[in-house]
Design a protein. Sequence first.
Length: 380
Amino acid sequence: MNTISKESDRIAWELMILEDLKSMSYEDVATKHATSRGTVYSIAVKHGARKHEQRIQEKKKQKKLRRQEFLKQVVNATVKSDVLDYLDGLPDGSVDLWITSPPYSIGKSYEESLGQFGLMYYVGWLLQVVSEMARTLSEQGTLCLQLGNTKLPSGQPYPIDALIMEHLRSMGLNFKSRIIWTASHGLTPKERLSERYETVLVFTRGDQSVFNPNAARQPQKQPEKRAYKGKNKGQLSGHPLGAHPSNVWTDIGTVKSNSVDRKDCGNHPAPFPIKLVKRLILLYSLPGDLVGDPFCGSGSTSVGAFETGRAFTGADLLYEDLREDRLSRLAPDLITPLTGITDRSVAAWMAEAKPKNNEACVENSNLTEGEIEDLFGVVA
């Protein structure tokens, strides 16, 4: 029976197949009912009657428990592990912010363990990694992928973000930003322009995600500028904490041999600038969130997370001793700089400040006259 014309006949046919599955193999049931093995299996799946269904469900429960136990072990720790093994161990929706820079497959020393990838093999492997990062991202989580160029089979460079952008959208992730961060130095090729930037792709799991623009505001060029029309005419037109952050970052640069970050990054050939990591963390997460990096290398992401009051997790096959030493010397930041505020902007906004009557506060206060003067100025 290949075609079922009536709903009642179809249901009866499916029930016959389910009954036969109790004592026969998928192949034998398919032969008996003149249908395909795939059809028999799909009916079994539909009714929760796959062979060994109980064992399958038990394995799912065991996997969930195993992942929960693994997460407890890797929070506020980094592990020596293959990236896919590490990601497979994490529960669904467990990470609030992923920040990472995967290998580019261009021959760096830390890529030797990965072998020499063909381009399509490399892209396929990278998409496996990113799909697991998407699975483990929390409902309001954010994924930040820092990317440069890989090499085509011809040896010519090609931007990795152009290779994977559409695949990220097909995973159900929402595009938010493509950040350009520039470098002032680099190689000078003979037949093309010098590469002086890399990108950070920012995607989110859901429509609503954490975004804290104050963490990355930049100084305004004219903090004294005023609105010339509208309801705010004559008032300062800017934001008191600085200009809204853009997607072009020119104030970070790479970690060079004489950089402040270099002494903490050992012999890693391409470490994350700690300033870049912290800016992303402050922009896209909240204190107490879990920040992860499956290619954590010298440990910059973990350092940035700890110093800004976030939990961290990470994995890498190399630089284990370097990370351990670096993380053992950490201390949390006691302040978070507001990078958009300058002396000039403070002066502009202080000039706009209006006197406030503090008499009620002063009258009910137990402060001494000197303490009141320190807080509010001279009180008449």
